[in-house]
Write a protein that binds this ligand. Structure first.
Ligand code: PLP
Length: 379
């Protein structure tokens, strides 16, 4: 089955009791048993919920994986993976990634005795010197947030396999539609379904997809024991969002390409970070591992002051100034004070994330309106 068909049909069956074509929202906390322990496989909704199961199955299918597990947010899914570790274990993580992941690693798990090495992974073999016999996990994000750097997933996976280290790839920016890390050798794929999968900025949700049965059992145990499960209404919204992922992503990609090229020729724009430019250092890898370049990009102004950036950020009328990304509507964001404020300034600057950097999540509106809006805001 091709991806567009899978997005609509995978994991969902007509409801067995009524034939309802859409998966019902099983808004229940518990299930009646006919005798103690005699039940239909459903006991308590933290462990089992049919709406969630339908979504988990759909997510696994479209990521070409065997198992899906859903969580109440993207960071709850990240938290579940980190709970596979014990004090003394070490993690190699990308030095350019989602600020909330960085915060979870450094403020919660470092205290719990996990050691993190933050490494620039644009050259996959850069992780080698950090691998030792305590290394359990490599955490990668590609394209990275917000600098749109590309990590070679297959190269990273080969090193991880050789050294028997788990590789998790945060696939939020690309979505299943543009990139499938499990096919390239990753062990676990993470999505903040809050973003492109939900697609309508109306739900907080996260998921993991994996192939290994044992890994799935360990993560399922964490899911039900720690309890960060999504409610059925939220699962329904993500199931509904998935059905149009391919149509939306095609438009995000074409609008994104038009805006990136437009920004690049604008006399007041400094650098444009978008992995679809042929001279982007990750272009060759991106073209190999992605089916399109998406709607995420960042740029600086030639006037690199925070004030100049703030003026643009407060002047757009179609682009809304907000955190998050991946919805149908276009958003503009200031990573230094918004999504990435939890990364210390010195480290942010050292990683290339300047105070004037502006990030765009290009939506699916008419591209002429989007360009006109940016044009009047940049002035
Ligand atoms: C938003 C985001 C997350 C966290 O997801 P939430 O659903 O907000 O908890 C993780 N990774 C990336 C790349 C994100 O953009």
């Amino acid at each position: 089955m091709k991806l567009s068909t899978k997005l609509i049909h995978a994991g969902v069956e007509p409801d067995p009791s009524t034939g309802a074509i859409m998966t019902p929202i099983y808004q229940t906390s518990t299930y009646v048993q006919s005798a103690p322990g005699v039940n239909k496989g459903y006991e308590y909704a933290r462990s089992q919920n049919p709406t969630r199961f339908a979504l988990e199955s759909a997510l696994a299918h479209i990521e070409n994986g065997k198992h899906g597990l859903c969580f109440s947010s993207g960071v709850a899914a990240t938290d579940a993976v980190l709970r596979l570790l014990v004090p003394g274990d070490e993690v190699i993580a990308a030095n350019d990634m989602y600020g909330g992941t960085y915060r979870l690693f450094t403020k919660i798990f470092e205290k719990a005795g996990i050691k993190f090495h933050f490494v620039n992974m644009q050259n996959a073999s850069a992780i080698r010197p950090f691998i030792n016999d305590k290394t359990r996990l490599v955490w990668a994000e590609t394209p990275t947030n917000p600098l749109m750097n590309i990590v070679d997933i297959a190269a990273l996976a080969a090193i991880c396999r050789e050294r028997k280290v788990l590789l998790t790839v945060d696939n939020t920016f690309a979505s299943h539609y543009l990139q499938n890390p499990l096919d390239l050798g990753a062990d676990i794929v993470l999505h903040s379904a809050t973003k492109y999968l939900g697609g309508h900025s109306d739900v907080i949700h996260g998921c993991l997809v994996m192939n290994d049965d044992q890994l799935r059992d360990q993560l399922y145990f964490i899911q039900k024991s720690c309890g960060a499960v999504p409610g059925p209404q939220d699962c329904f919204l993500v199931l509904r969002g998935l059905k149009t992922l391919h149509v939306r992503m095609d438009r995000h990609c074409s609008n994104g390409a038009a805006i990136a090229h437009w920004l690049r020729q604008h006399p007041k724009v400094g650098q444009v970070y978008w992995c679809g430019f042929e001279d982007h250092p990750g272009y060759a890898v991106a073209s190999r591992q992605m089916r399109g370049f998406g709607g995420m990009m960042s740029f600086t102004l030639k006037d690199d002051s925070p004030e100049a950036a703030k003026k643009v950020l407060s002047s757009t009328k179609v682009f809304a100034l907000a955190e998050s990304l991946g919805g149908v509507e276009s958003l503009i964001n200031h990573p230094a004070t918004m999504t990435h404020a939890s990364i210390p300034r010195e480290q942010r600057i050292a990683n290339g994330l300047s105070d004037s950097l502006i990030r765009l999540s290009v939506g699916i509106e008419d591209v002429d309106d989007l360009i006109e809006d940016l044009n009047q805001a940049i002035g």
